[in-house]
Design a protein around this ligand. Sequence first.
Ligand code: GDP
Ligand code: MG
Length: 152
Amino acid sequence: MSVEERTFIAVKPDAVQRGLVSKVIERFETRGYKLVGIKIIQASKELLAKHYEEHVGKSFYPKMESFMSSGPIVAMCWEGKDVVKQGRSMLGATNPCASAPGTIRGDFGIDLGRNVCHGSDSVESAKREIGLWFKDEELVNWTSNQAKWLYE
Ligand code: GDP
Ligand code: MG
């Protein structure tokens, strides 16, 4: 398993408005993952349609598109061993009411359409999403001094 695996995590407009950006960052940072990209962005409908290509045309899409483009999103790229799968489990279930306490959605959300954060669902999706939200030069390759204390 590569320690250079990357995932795309986004703090959605509801959570930015509610002042939860630091909480989401803290979960990933204290777990030991490495932040390699971060920016605040108000997403266009074009970007959202690419990001959520599997959902375009579904009944909930127009509402979701309008919510996701209604305010700033904090887009992040996190790196570390198994980060895609671990990131999804740290986020919790899609519906916050079905998310266990201790997960981000289970601790900070209630409604499906206001579920605080996004996380890539596979290594392949992560590559695609990171490419959509970040230019290469916006991602920083750096060595963390913690690595030897995190990894055997
Ligand atoms: P995720 O990968 O866990 O974020 O879940 P999905 O890829 O299935 O859905 C993408 C996002 O669309 C979810 O995070 C929800 O915020 C939203 N969503 C999914 N299903 C519904 C729905 O039935 N109604 C509404 N309003 N939003 C939904
Ligand atoms: Mg999804």
